[in-house]
Design a protein around this ligand. Structure first.
Ligand code: BEZ
Length: 211
């Protein structure tokens, strides 16, 4: 059975470019993004890891640890990192798990046999501080992911955790948010949203949060 939103993220111990990682312990009280790469020394993966390294300050700002995984061994990752740093104009500043035994890939269902029976697809798991899976994204090997979208997703998740709001289509930080339909008590609405809100339909209410 594949992992679903709300499931506990499976724990594991595996070697990485930063030494052995015991996943839950390594996450600590942070959020986590675990994302898979089909193979070392491949072009799309090279650009993705460079893009992630450049966004590391943005992940840090959101209290998110990023962890890449590829089914190649750590020694191979270490030599590939030289190419990534050179070609992407950055320094890979987060660990890459070695997974030659496919332990992590299998635990997280990252191998989709009808796509490729040995390499992973491009999976993303967003994990909260309670170690619950809060979102998953799956792309084929041929399509590089949009890491700004992953940050946007995390912004939305963290906002909905801290306030009674959801985020509309194409929302980005600073835009109006939606008040969850379950919140109808007028006193509570006034308490939570003293700035007011606009009602388009009884179930579609927008408000502007102070960011
Ligand atoms: C790539 O990262 O470029 C790639 C990896 C596996 C299959 C296709 C593309």
């Amino acid at each position: 059975m594949s992992l679903r939103i709300g499931d506990l993220a499976p724990d594991f111990t595996q070697d990485s470019t930063a030494g052995q990682i015991r996943f839950h312990e390594w996450l600590g009280s942070s959020w986590g993004v675990l994302f898979s790469h089909p193979k070392d020394f491949t072009p799309v993966c090279t650009t993705e890891l460079g893009a992630t390294a450049k966004l590391k300050p943005e992940f840090d700002r959101r209290n998110v640890k990023v962890l890449a995984v590829s089914v190649d061994p750590v020694e191979s990752h270490k030599s590939w990192i030289g190419d990534i740093d050179e070609t992407q104009g950055t320094k890979v500043n987060f660990p890459i798990l070695g997974d030659p035994d496919r332990k992590v890939a299998n635990l997280y269902g990252m191998i989709h046999p009808n796509a490729n029976d040995t390499l992973t697809v491009r999976s993303v798991f967003v994990i909260d501080p309670a170690k619950k899976i809060r979102a998953t994204i799956t792309y084929p090997a041929s399509t590089g992911r949009n890491f700004d979208e992953i940050l946007r997703l995390i912004d939305s998740l963290q906002l909905t955790d801290s306030q009674s709001v959801a985020t509309p289509a194409n929302w980005k930080r600073g835009d109006e948010v939606i008040i969850v339909p379950s919140l109808t008590d007028p006193a509570l609405l006034k308490q939570k949203f003293p700035q007011g809100f606009r009602v388009v339909k009884p179930y579609l209410r927008y408000t502007q949060l102070n960011s």
